[in-house]
Design a protein around this ligand. Structure first.
Ligand SMILES: [Zn+2]
Length: 143
């Protein structure tokens, strides 16, 4: 909800050929990551090759959507729209159960209550758009 502290109206993402699986998964309410068929690494952000072994043998899979706050900061002042009306909000790295860390927001909680190590689950925000894309922005809320 815009204007509610901690709730963000995110800029709408653009899905490139590399990131489409991730954004479309979020549009279905799924957190989609990539796994390498050659070395088994799980990675985020989505790429054409494995960041560990450079193989292009990658598959997308639906992750658990669970993780914990690795670190975070509370933004109390940002004059840039649409963020201005959302202050204070939480910018965080969430470490996913599957390993990768995701730069994201923690919502649905008083920013003063967020803690490192806090268990969180994915939540998805889909803004209105006119291009027919069914994509959303993953962020996290307390588990
Ligand atoms: Zn690999």
């Amino acid at each position: 909800m815009p204007g509610m502290p901690g709730e963000l109206r995110h800029p709408l993402p653009y899905a490139s050929w590399e990131t489409r699986g991730y954004w479309e998964g979020a549009g279905r309410g799924e957190l989609v990551l990539q796994r390498c068929g050659a070395c088994g690494s799980v990675q985020h952000k989505p790429r054409a090759i494995c960041a560990t072994c450079l193989s292009d043998d990658l598959e997308h899979f639906v992750a658990s959507g669970r993780g914990e706050v690795h670190t975070y900061t509370v933004t109390n002042q940002n004059q840039q729209l649409p963020f201005r009306d959302s202050c204070p909000y939480v910018l965080a790295y969430v470490e996913l159960e599957e390993g990768p860390r995701l730069l994201t927001n923690v919502v649905g909680v008083d920013p003063a209550e967020v803690r490192i190590g806090q268990a969180v689950v994915a939540d998805y925000w889909a803004g209105e758009r006119e291009d027919g894309e069914a994509i959303a922005v993953p962020r996290f809320r307390p588990a």
